[in-house]
Design a protein around this ligand. Structure first.
Ligand SMILES: Nc1nc2c(ncn2[C@@H]2O[C@H](COP(=O)(O)OP(=O)(O)O)[C@@H](O)[C@H]2O)c(=O)[nH]1
Ligand SMILES: [Mg+2]
Length: 314
């Protein structure tokens, strides 16, 4: 069964408009009208990339590549430079080993369990709601486990999302053991032949030992019921925090076996270049990106479309 891919180019382009200005519009400005594209111009381009959250190493690599590919003076015009930079960026995203399309095998692994983790406020709950909606649209039966039992408001928020997405939810009073919520959710999914289980968790820092232990316990409980699960553990990071998102991802990756990263809030930020750096540094797949607060604003990540949307405004 092929799953529904949520990709809306117009929304992606409008969401990425600030990042586009921060990278490609500045590149155009740096090149336009220059008689000669010399070292000075290239170091200006390098600086633009570095200051747009792509990261120093990648920026240097990209400029090296552009120089190598455009040897003769006549090749160094605005159009070819744009094209070569675009190709290098796509290459960078594709080169990262695990950055394949998210093609879960729901037939083989039923129920397919996705655990969602991350610090407070990055968009975990919202992302779960949107993911539930995407899966529902592909015709899958979905259940959400409300394992953020920390705050009373967390239940309410998730319940609203479950209703919106037309999927079921398991929740308990706040203060309950999150693992018990997870147990009931997975049990229900098995009994009712549900395809996908989405587990929302409380925001946590990798430095908080008790919260990390809680996460291990959640994983153990899932495994007890389903040997193959959790199938995915996705870390959600807020793309608009730039370098902070990288640091969070690196720290989490040290203490949790992550299988993918979801980068949210790429709309309305100029820091979208962080996606390249995250892909390079973490070498994890990016199943989805968040480009807005609405239910349709969680898009499947496609490296080519992402780069194209950064280069072309229409
Ligand atoms: N603009 C924008 N806002 C988002 C996105 N994802 C989440 N948010 C907002 O971020 C805030 C925190 O989200 P929430 O899901 O509660 O975060 P959690 O604490 O990690 O569960 C909410 O106001 C969401 O609407 C996104 O992709 N774009
Ligand atoms: Mg939440």
């Amino acid at each position: 069964m092929s799953i529904f891919k949520n990709i809306n180019i117009d929304k992606l382009k409008s969401g990425l408009s600030k990042t586009r200005s921060a990278i490609f519009n500045r590149i155009s400005e740096a090149i336009t009208g220059k008689v000669k594209l010399d070292e000075e111009v290239f170091s200006e381009l390098e600086e633009i990339l570095i200051t747009s959250d792509i990261g120093v190493d990648l920026s240097l690599n990209i400029i090296e590549e552009v120089k190598k590919k455009l040897v003769t003076e006549s090749q160094r015009n605005e159009e070819t430079i744009h094209k070569v930079m675009k190709d290098s960026l796509i290459e960078v995203l594709n080169r990262t080993t695990n950055l394949t399309d998210f093609e879960p095998d729901f037939e083989k692994f039923k129920p397919f369990v996705i655990l969602v983790v991350g610090v407070n406020g990055v968009g975990k709950t919202t992302t779960i709601g949107k993911m539930a909606h995407n899966f529902y649209r592909s015709g899958q039966k979905v259940i959400i486990g409300a394992a953020d039992t920390f705050r009373a408001a967390a239940n309410e928020q998730l319940e609203v999302w479950a209703k919106r997405a037309n999927v079921s939810i398991v929740q308990k009073v706040s203060g309950s053991d999150p693992s018990s919520v997870v147990y009931e959710t997975v049990k229900k999914a098995i009994d009712e032949k549900i395809d996908i289980v989405l587990i929302d968790t409380a925001g946590r820092l990798h430095t908080k030992t008790n919260l990390m232990e809680e996460l291990s316990k959640i994983k153990r409980v899932i495994k007890k019921l389903l040997d193959h699960a959790p199938n995915e553990t996705f870390l959600v990071v807020d793309g608009s925090t730039g370098q902070n998102a990288i640091q969070q991802a690196k720290s989490f990756a040290k203490s949790v076996d992550l299988t993918g990263l979801i980068i949210t809030k790429l709309d309305g930020t100029a820091k979208g270049g962080i996606v390249f750096q995250i892909a390079k540094e973490l070498q994890l797949k990016i199943p989805y990106i968040g480009v807005g607060e609405g239910i349709n604003d969680l898009q499947n990540f496609d490296s080519k479309l992402f780069v194209n949307s950064l280069v072309e405004s229409n």
